[in-house]
Design a protein around this ligand. Structure first.
Ligand code: GTP
Length: 324
């Protein structure tokens, strides 16, 4: 089977960081979000097709420089085509069926079991579903006893939501789904296409463990905690001469003697953290400098951002080369 990964969105909710860094290349728990998503794929996947748009060249260059375990190909969109348009644009050569993944969902999901469930019910599609309290930002499924989806409502008001089971952004679809997408214009697969496919058999696959949509700073940092707690936090060791406890993932060349780290921190290449500074629950991308005595908690700091001496920074997203 091949896998189609949707990776063309603008990542507006993570601005200003996403002005220069595509969302999927933001490192969490030691590696870019995209690679945590790809890690879910079984080893026998034949090819990964990345449906790109915004910052396509950056993503293409990155996957060439850091090849994943599977052959990978990018298919860019000249104009944003939405999720369905992106599928149509990139889907010409896909297998039948194919995996469909959003590139910004962090989950514990057994895609081998998803494939087995898809084969067993014989429908057109199988959507992994996550259980959430607040369904408002998501597509919500109404399920029959055998987990067949009888209704699918995108971003309903709470009173209209048929359940708390939402589209987890992970699924398997037959090529018939691609054929149902109108060509040549932007299309939302979830809003415009999925409801019409239900009569052909679309089933839910309930995720039992964790799931997070890493599209906002708070959720991205929550996703990082989930990954660390699940032992998926990369192989980096604690910077020499630093203090603290809890999981962190640090590049080999980080300089942080006399600094301390709380749990859940990713430190990119060339990061420098001064003596007496403390960093917790944050992502510091390549070349970030935190001056002595500063305090950083719940922050996303873009490449080469700088936090001044003694500064206290809580819950902030700072873009590339930003200074505070
Ligand atoms: P926000 O702008 O912050 O909402 O983020 P986003 O642009 O990534 O949108 P959203 O999180 O809703 O997108 C869900 C998934 O679809 C992500 O994996 C996106 O990269 C992808 N996606 C969204 N729009 C497009 C598009 O026009 N083309 C392609 N190929 N993928 C898209």
């Amino acid at each position: 089977m091949k896998a189609l990964v949707l990776i063309g969105g603008f990542g507006t909710r993570l601005r200003p960081l996403t002005h220069s860094v595509p969302k999927q290349l933001i490192p969490i728990a030691g590696q870019p979000m995209l690679y945590h998503v790809l890690d879910l794929l079984p080893p026998d996947v034949e090819e990964i097709v990345l449906a790109t748009g915004y910052k396509s060249e950056t993503i293409d260059a990155f996957v060439r420089a850091h090849p994943p375990r599977w052959p990978v190909r990018t298919v860019p969109e000249a104009e944003p085509l939405g999720t369905g348009g992106g599928m149509k644009n990139a889907g010409g050569d896909l297998s039948d069926p194919f995996y469909l993944l959003n590139s910004d969902v962090i989950a514990s999901a057994d895609l081998g079991a998803l494939r087995a469930a898809h084969a067993a019910h014989g429908g057109l599609g199988t959507m992994a579903l996550a259980h959430v309290e607040d369904t408002r930002p998501y597509g919500v499924a109404a399920l029959e006893g055998n987990d067949r989806i009888s209704r699918f409502v995108e971003k309903p008001e709470p009173a209209e939501a048929p359940s708390h089971w939402i589209n987890a952004g992970i699924g398997i679809w037959g090529r018939g789904a691609l054929e149902a997408i109108p060509a040549g214009r932007p299309v939302s697969f979830e809003r415009e296409v999925v409801p019409g496919l239900l009569e052909r058999g679309v089933y839910g696959f309930r995720l039992a463990r964790y799931w997070e949509d890493a599209g906002t700073p708070e959720r991205l940092l929550h996703a990082q905690r989930l990954l660390f707690d699940d032992g998926r936090g990369g192989s980096g060791s604690r910077p020499k001469g630093s203090l603290g406890s809890g999981p962190i993932a640090a590049a080999a060349d980080v300089v942080a003697a006399g600094a301390s780290f709380g749990p859940y921190v990713t430190l990119g290449a060339g990061v420098q953290v001064g003596a007496g500074a403390h960093v917790e629950n944050s992502v510091l991308m390549d070349g970030v400098r935190v001056e002595p005595g500063a305090f950083v908690s719940g922050c996303l700091l873009g490449p080469r951002a700088r936090v001044g001496a003694g500064h206290r920074l809580v819950g902030q997203t700072i873009g590339e080369a930003g200074e505070v």
